[in-house]
Design a binder for this molecule. Sequence first.
Ligand SMILES: CCCCCCCCCCCCC[C@@H](O)CC(=O)SCCNC(=O)CCNC(=O)[C@H](O)C(C)(C)COP(=O)(O)OP(=O)(O)OC[C@H]1O[C@@H](n2cnc3c(N)ncnc32)[C@H](O)[C@@H]1OP(=O)(O)O
Length: 245
Amino acid sequence: MASSEEDGGGNGAVEEKENGKKKKLGALATTWLIFYNVAMTAGWLVLGIAMVRFYIQKGTHRGLFRSVQKTLKFFQTFALLEVIHCAIGIVRTSVLVTGVQVSSRIFMVWFIAHSIKQIQNEESVILFLVVWTVTEITRYSFYTFNLLNHLPYFIKWARYNFFIILYPAGVAGELLTIYAALPYVKKTGMFSLRLPNKYNVSFDYYYFLIIVMFSYVPLFPQLYFHMLRQRRRVLHGEVIVEKDD
Ligand SMILES: CCCCCCCCCCCCC[C@@H](O)CC(=O)SCCNC(=O)CCNC(=O)[C@H](O)C(C)(C)COP(=O)(O)OP(=O)(O)OC[C@H]1O[C@@H](n2cnc3c(N)ncnc32)[C@H](O)[C@@H]1OP(=O)(O)O
């Protein structure tokens, strides 16, 4: 993490090491990442503004998902590139951690909120939408300013503090939404394959969703503790030895 004067100071040795790392990132990769992060910041800002405008004009959250879904789908799906960034090594972070984070979001957007219209007006959908939006505006603006070597301290602070509350709140929104979807999935048998069929395979989306819900129990703490470690490293200059994937 390269610091700038606006950072509010920090450890000189850590700063030097971090600047060295940044020099190694090629100019092309840096240019691409700046473009990517600016586009993502703008996308999530547009989404945030659209949500606020909708609520002010209509005075209800009903219909909000429907009105912002195109922007949400586009920018959240675009985030798949983050897994590629890690895989090709232009971003120094774990493919596994990023993969779990991005795939769970894509799953929520396409296989839950998009596919099950009956749950689109649930309060829990608005909860995760608001939480994701605040998180992503902060996160992508952090990356952008950091790459430009002009990182205001409040953005750095927000990036590594907001998540403490937002992560559990987002997970609560996601789990409550999947829970609300269960009766519709059971009633319609959507995305399920019953025997007998020509493939001789059966799949029950209802039970799959229950497994997904339980998978948050081991996976979410890993993401949360990863972020707590990143927080100690960036805000308190602790050297953390990360295990390879
Ligand atoms: C098929 C069904 C699958 C179902 C799976 C079900 C299980 C799911 C369990 C998990 C639930 C997750 C729920 C989640 O969706 C809920 C929410 O998001 S709620 C909102 C709160 N969320 C957050 O705060 C998100 C926090 N997460 C993240 O920030 C990232 O996604 C994460 C990958 C976890 C971040 O990790 P990372 O290691 O990247 O942290 P850093 O930001 O500190 O970055 C490390 C270094 O990489 C550089 N970097 C990273 N990305 C970029 C970029 N785009 N551009 C430039 N540089 C980048 C960064 O600067 C750091 O560099 P350095 O080491 O040099 O300092």
